[in-house]
Design a binder for this molecule. Sequence first.
Ligand code: GDP
Length: 476
Amino acid sequence: MDSSILQHRNIQRTKQKLKMTASRLVDHHVNLAVTGLSGSGKTAFITSLVNQLLEANEEANLPFFNVVREARLVGVKRDVQPNLTFRRFAYEDAMISLTNLEPVWPLSTKGISQVRLKVKYKKSSGVSKYLTKDATLTLDITDYPGEWLLDLPLLDMSYEQWIEHCSSELEDPLRAKLAKPFIDAISKLKLEESGDELALKNIADLYAQYLASCQENGFQLLQPGRFILPGELNGAPALHFFPLIFTDNSESKLNLKHVQKGSNIDLLISRFEHYKARVVQPFFQEHFRKFDRQVILVDCLSALNNGYNCYQDLQKAIDWILGSFQYGSSSILNRLFQPKIDKLVFAASKADHITPDQQRNLVKLLESMLRNARKKIQFKGVQTESTAIASIRASKSGSSELDGANIQVLQGQDENGNTITLFPGEVPQCCPPPNFWTSQKFEFPKFSPPKLGASYSLPHIRMDQVLDFLLADKLA
Ligand code: GDP
């Protein structure tokens, strides 16, 4: 055979090999997790994030997302999700709700769900820029309730210590009032008698109702997390337990060391231990450990609206949640596995409920909320960012005159669809002292979703910056 043909073939093969190696070099994968307590805005956030990527084009409003600004984003499509046991994130349903003639907010997160995107882009630099046409980033986004993170400290608690913790929460008079039906039912339970499944289920239901009423009243530190969002455990005996709280000090009579096998107390203790070992621990070992990047959404504004006690409660819940990101040799997580999150975004959500001049304050307020935990927690090797965002911007800002002064105002539609223009008030940079709340209160508004008209792109505040922080290094 002609040697020049052989040479040509060899060159072609080498080129092919180089291309394959290069494409392996540039095909990346990111496992992004999004969490936050109920109502913090997870569904809206993931819907918007997916929408910004799917709809990104030259006209996209993503000036701080480098890959778009540099016109290197080739295309994004949804792909088959990797975990077949998670629900499919209902992006399409969310978009139907938002593009209705009378748009409504999509249904909130109830359990764990997932969406996979394939992001095709052009490399900006490096050898592979010359060797491959396009590179692909596989982006898996997992949505899970922040309430589930509140369960991590349980792993280090005995049933007795858990009772102590739950009892201390009843120092809040409103919580104590809401807990009354549950506490009354406990006082009638014969603890030492043979286990009565139905009686335990009925009291567990009252305990779940107590937690639900706490949530309705703005409390967020609610445990166990699966009692609020049971996911696949709805109705299962694994959730038929509760803390044995007595308000008349009779718990001193409780002897949890020598428990009669098969008694009601024995069942409660074993179900508590089962919950820790078979529900909490597997979540961290099987799922949490696989996340590379994490977004934590915090609804500071609703907490301000709900008053001092609820704000403090959210503060405590955030302290607990951040415990899940404590990567030190002594942390519970490190004893379970080696976590690998390298970027963490704290985002104060619904920043379209305030005027633009208050958004710096909102970030400061969020940072003041995180300060406590940050003193104790070292986010070793984790890059963190705090910001204020609106995943789906439902208001427009403008200015108006009040008593001769120019003030910033917002315009949007209230929950009944009426157009409202208002000055929502100032955001404090940290939690005001208790006496402040006796004379004043916060009333940040709620808006209906925006009417999108012909556009399919969701309006937002700072989603491009969040995207850039989370993905720029993988799309370089
Ligand atoms: P989840 O429970 O964390 O999934 O919370 P959702 O995403 O369902 O949000 C709860 C509610 O907060 C929504 O129904 C909206 O009323 C509101 N919300 C969430 N994100 C935004 C936002 O970016 N702007 C506005 N105005 N409201 C939002």
